[in-house]
Design a protein around this ligand. Structure first.
Ligand SMILES: Nc1ncnc2c1ncn2[C@@H]1O[C@H](COP(=O)(O)OP(=O)(O)O)[C@@H](O)[C@H]1O
Ligand SMILES: [Mg+2]
Length: 262
């Protein structure tokens, strides 16, 4: 699980995190909502250890990520993957090489060994198949649509089976049909890897589709954190605005097997 405690972060005069606390339970998908510039991406960067707070801690499975640097940080965060808004593919590499990138970089997370070429090929083929890009190994990023790039970015993460997946605005800029494919993939990935996921979004349809719990960030803190049904009942301007959007949209509520996160 991820435990964030009393996180404070400023950029010059701009106080972004103001004593933020949040727990993310193992196996759950937590959605983070909030206005632009409120600090959602900054929070993800602290969880990955890329940004350092002035005060406060980030603990992942008992390891103080917030205290680590360099190699120790790299090793402690190997089991985390972040899908950046830009998908961040390497333009000069085809899909196969792009997808194999972290496999080469990280090796086998369980054994610590390097993968053989054959093992890498099988894992890459499986990951591309999972995101619906089977047979596209030789395509270059410039040959792909925005939605395909997003899916390729996701394949590059799931290929090494990280335990934690962080998504920064995964559906922003996509048309509604492609956005729904990405929502479905987030759920499918969560189920296949039994991962713990954090999804930052301002898309309420996506939030309700993927989230076990929804959180609203405001004034540098988590203002609310609730199950989707309870969250949507909260009397708050931003939440009611989100609710008005989803009320018009029948895709929003995904039927769940049972209960919430375990
Ligand atoms: N590296 C940085 N240097 C200076 N200001 C930053 C930096 N990163 C983020 N900020 C500022 O912190 C605030 C929160 O940013 P961000 O987390 O990106 O917002 P969002 O909630 O839209 O993801 C914004 O005001 C942004 O301008
Ligand atoms: Mg952001």
């Amino acid at each position: 699980m991820i435990r964030v405690r009393n996180l404070w972060k400023r950029f010059g005069p701009n106080m972004v995190m103001q004593g933020l606390d949040v727990d993310i339970e193992s196996g759950e998908t937590l959605v983070i909502l909030g206005r632009s510039g409120v600090g959602k991406s900054v929070l993800l960067r602290h969880i990955l250890g890329i940004d350092k707070a002035e005060k406060g801690t980030v603990e992942v499975d008992g390891v103080m990520i917030s205290e680590l640097k360099g190699n120790a940080l790299f090793n402690a965060t190997k089991n985390m993957g972040m899908l950046f808004q830009s998908a961040a593919l390497f333009d000069s590499m085809n899909l196969e090489t792009n997808t194999a990138f972290f496999l080469r970089e990280h090796g086998n997370l369980e054994t610590g060994k390097r993968f053989t070429k054959g093992e890498m090929k099988d894992l890459v083929d499986h990951a591309l198949e999972m995101v619906g890009l089977e047979g596209q190994q030789k395509k270059m990023p410039s040959d792909l649509s925005g939605g395909m790039r997003k899916r390729a970015g996701l394949a590059r993460l799931i290929v090494y089976r990280p335990q934690y997946l962080l998504y920064d605005e995964p559906t922003t800029g996509l048309d509604p049909i492609t956005a729904m494919q990405i929502n479905e993939l987030i759920v499918k990935t969560q189920e296949e890897l039994n991962a713990t996921s954090i999804v930052v979004t301002h898309d309420p349809v996506s939030a309700l589709y993927v989230g076990d719990r929804l959180a609203l960030v405001e004034d540098g803190k988590i203002a609310y954190i609730e199950t989707p049904e309870k969250f949507m009942e909260i009397e708050h301007e931003t939440i009611q605005a989100l609710k008005n959007i989803v009320m018009q949209d029948p895709r929003s509520f995904r039927s769940r097997k049972s209960g919430g996160p375990t």
